[in-house]
Design a protein around this ligand. Structure first.
Ligand SMILES: N[C@@H](CCC(=O)N[C@@H](CS)C(=O)NCC(=O)O)C(=O)O
Length: 212
């Protein structure tokens, strides 16, 4: 049984959805962001970065959402959430996971938490506008480079599709919305139709349209 420290719709969403895709039991521990529980001394012992999520898997305590996703995909090969090691498909899988977590995610964080990234309050609107532009460009790159789909890796569903769907939710305030792009929109629709994803949305208590 896994223990996942989460907050609804946060970076814990992808690991949570993967756990549900795999079909194993999970104990969900809500991290109360209203009280900044992610910065409490107790939580910092398992996640020194003070961020959500953290996964406990027996003796293993893991932070960083993408790392948790990769670990879960590796641990449950029967769920086919990652292509075989050493294949070209696996290389593309790594590329997209890193692109999502390393290129898009930091700009989404800058967009949502702009004031944290500067000591110059007057520069906040400009920084936010810059992040907005870059995020749109990053999503355009996905749209133009994921091939014929319907998934990130072609006709095979993988953990990358779940991660991208989570990023589309975070980017829903963008103009245009990430999922308004043809291929991304179709992909996200397929992901959201999956029972495991619906189960995750329900378990996290996410109300209303996922992408609006
Ligand atoms: N690189 C980290 C970032 C996680 C992250 O930024 N989580 C946000 C929620 S989506 C968070 O913990 N925010 C609260 C805070 O930074 O205090 C990961 O992917 O796990």
């Amino acid at each position: 049984m896994y223990k996942l420290h989460y907050s609804p719709g946060n970076a814990s969403f992808a690991p949570h959805a993967i756990i549900n895709e795999v079909g194993v039991d999970v104990e969900l521990v809500m991290v109360d962001r209203a009280t900044n529980a992610q910065k409490s001394p107790e939580y910092l012992k398992i996640n020194p970065a003070g961020r959500i999520p953290t996964l406990e898997d027996g003796d293993l305590v893991l932070f960083e959402s993408a790392a948790i996703c990769l670990h879960l995909a590796d641990k449950h090969p029967e769920a086919n959430l990652a292509p075989a090691l050493g294949t070209n498909a696996r290389a593309h899988f790594y590329k997209w996971m890193m692109y999502f977590t390393n290129t898009i995610q930091p700009d989404v964080l800058i967009y949502h938490y702009t004031a944290r990234y500067t000591t110059d309050e007057a520069g906040v609107p400009g920084m936010k506008a810059g992040a907005h532009e870059r995020i749109n460009h990053w999503f355009d790159i996905i749209e133009e480079n994921i091939g014929t789909g319907p998934y990130v890796l072609g006709d095979t569903f993988s953990a990358t599709d779940i991660y991208l769907t989570m990023l589309c939710r975070w980017g829903r305030l963008q103009d245009p919305k990430p999922a308004s792009r043809t291929k991304i929109g179709k992909l996200v629709e397929l992901v959201l139709a999956r029972p495991a994803i619906q189960k995750t949305i329900e378990a996290e208590g996410i109300k209303g349209p996922f992408l609006v």
